[in-house]
Design a protein around this ligand. Structure first.
Ligand SMILES: [Zn+2]
Length: 271
């Protein structure tokens, strides 16, 4: 599932290509993935100027004039690409939006359909409510914020995965950050040593920034906005490396289940 670095990679690319452009023809192949404003999407979007593209949590938000926000949730298998409109259309492409004057169109493809598109017409406060309860952005968190958030009697990994507390982290980057900080995922957050808290925050930010530099992690489905794979997979130190040696100490990486999710740890480094 795309997490913060993957969505950030797509948002940065689109934010270089789209602002000041105008949306043209809209083709919806599956209406059940479109939510929000009940009017036909073409009627709302065609002819509207794009102001910006940004990420909030794991969602991508395209802001248009006036007070229109098009929100994409990539779910498990969603892809949002900017493709030449002469390129063949892949199966499961549910939405296409021409970007006038570029020869390109935005394509949203989602075979498993856990994702979707929300067309939100209204002021920023309304849009914020429709995005749901989302916690702090990890890259913006101060140590003071983080100390307050982790002062809870919950397993640290479950807490980091909770989008209502910290928004954007998922399975890959939780496991990588906990390994980088040398913390076992089952540790109660409130039992972390005072010195471990800044260490973990530094590990989270460092891992996310590095993953953004490598344009995210492609395991199966994720692609950047130009349809390429993210290359952070080659940098993973524990995630999906069960049985392989820890790159820090050589111990075999183990897999366990935490908060219902496959979790990868080095039993030596994260004792
Ligand atoms: Zn190790």
């Amino acid at each position: 599932m795309p997490e913060l670095p993957e969505v950030e990679t797509i948002a940065r690319h689109l934010n270089e290509a789209l602002p000041h452009r105008t949306f043209g023809r809209v083709v919806v192949s599956r209406t059940d993935i479109i939510h929000g404003d009940p009017r036909p999407l073409g009627g709302v979007l065609t002819g509207r100027r794009i102001l910006s593209v940004r990420r909030r949590a794991k969602r991508l938000v395209i802001e248009l004039e006036p007070d229109i926000h098009l929100v994409f949730h990539l779910g498990m298998s969603g892809r949002l690409t900017l493709s030449p409109y002469r390129r063949p259309i892949e199966p499961h492409t549910h939405l296409r939006i021409v970007v006038r004057g570029t020869g390109q169109e935005l394509r949203f493809r989602d075979p498993r359909r856990f994702g979707g598109v929300w067309c939100l017409t209204g002021n920023g406060e309304y849009v914020g409510k429709r995005l749901g309860k989302l916690g702090l952005e990890p890259l913006d968190m101060t140590l003071k914020d983080f100390r307050r958030l982790v002062d809870r009697n919950r397993q640290i990994k479950a807490l980091l995965l909770d989008q209502g507390i910290i928004a954007g982290l998922g399975n890959i980057y939780c496991d990588e950050s906990l390994h980088a900080a040398g913390i076992h995922p089952l540790t109660p957050a409130s039992a972390l040593d005072p010195a471990q808290v800044p260490c973990l925050l530094k590990a989270i930010k460092g891992t996310l920034r590095k993953a953004i530099r490598f344009k995210g992690t492609t395991l199966i489905d994720y692609r950047t906005a130009d349809g390429l794979e993210g290359s952070f997979r080659t940098k993973l130190r524990v995630y999906h490396r069960e049985g392989q040696p820890c790159q820090t100490c050589g111990t075999a990486i183990e897999r366990l289940i935490v908060a219902g999710r496959s979790t990868f740890i080095c039993p030596q480094c994260q004792a």
